[in-house]
Ligand binder design. Sequence first.
Ligand code: CTP
Length: 399
Amino acid sequence: MIKGKKIAFYVTGGIAVYKAVDLMRELIKRGAEVRVAMTPSAGQFVTPLTFQVLSRRSVSVDTFSEEDPSVVNHINIADWADYAVIAPLSANTLAKLANGLADNFVTSALLATAKPIFAVPAMNANMYRNPITQENIRKLAERRVTLMKPDIGFLAEGYSGEGRYPEKERIISELELFIRSNQTELPLEGEKVIVTAGGTRERIDPVRYITNDSSGKMGHALAVEAWKQGAEVILVTASPLAVPSYIHTIRVESAQQMHEAVLEEFNDAAAVIMAAAVSDYTPETRETQKMKKKEDLTLRFKKNPDILKDLGTKKTAEQCLIGFAAETEELVSYAKQKLRDKHADLIVANDVSQSDRGFNSDQNEVTLLTKTDNPRTLTLRDKSEIAGEIISWLINYID
Ligand code: CTP
């Protein structure tokens, strides 16, 4: 969502300025083009040079130091940006924005901004709760400035309250939501996509289970990428990993529960992506009490439902089924067999015998197999990139 976006990053005075450095770096890491402007008060906490060195662009502070005579700098940054991000937003600048003041570079540029504005207020709890500040927040919200709610927590003043600068992960997640809601005509708009993730857990007794090495990272990355392209995403996950709040998530444990959850959502889904490592077997009986130690133990297992195969028999011509093939040998031939047997439209085959890819790793190398095209290998890269490629394939398929 953030990749390729031009972001005017405005920094105003407050102790949280040092945290804004990290946020700016994260935006750049995610592929945004960032130009920074600061108020003189922000410069009291962290110098413009820090932002300049890390963004590798000059930082604007003074409205009248027009270094490039061909443009008016504070208008130029406002027009250049796709989005304005203010972090942290102080009580003072918040009041100025609510009342249309333009007394420094930042407030002047923001008054000239016709693009969507996202702000991260951070201040003392009493300042935040002050009815004047609350009225200013309402005014800005009415003018379609998106303001995050600050965290409640330990403040620089040495006591707890509402006004704390939020964690970077929360800011990024809300910023992505904000950018998506400001975009028009995303390719998966109006399409429901079900994604499964993680290794299912099959209970033996109340404290023991069998599972596999799947972390759920690939499935969770797919859910995020599908959401970024406008899909209504239902993530059915057996993984304990955190999921951004904007993804509708159904937590399950066993293959049986995953099967039921997927079937419940399947009828009006445009696509199902079975990235979960579903256990093929489950204990024949589940003990209700913790099993006691014996000399030896034999467990009997019965077969679990094959969710993908079941969906393959139920799907309509318009529905797309994507499966994974986790293999340790003969990757392509086993994957081709799964494509046929399970009536899938795409099988993503990956080698799970190597530690730098596949299960539990942040990276993966996969081969995409369809009924019509030649196998296509996506060489070793981040799972989010692999997920992006798979979702691009899905967009073309649905088209
Ligand atoms: N799958 C499923 N239900 C199962 C087993 C697997 O839906 N009970 C799905 C997986 O989510 C994956 C695909 O089927 O998308 C292939 O899974 P994989 O574990 O590679 O293969 P299996 O079908 O279990 O066959 P085998 O273990 O013999 O390789």
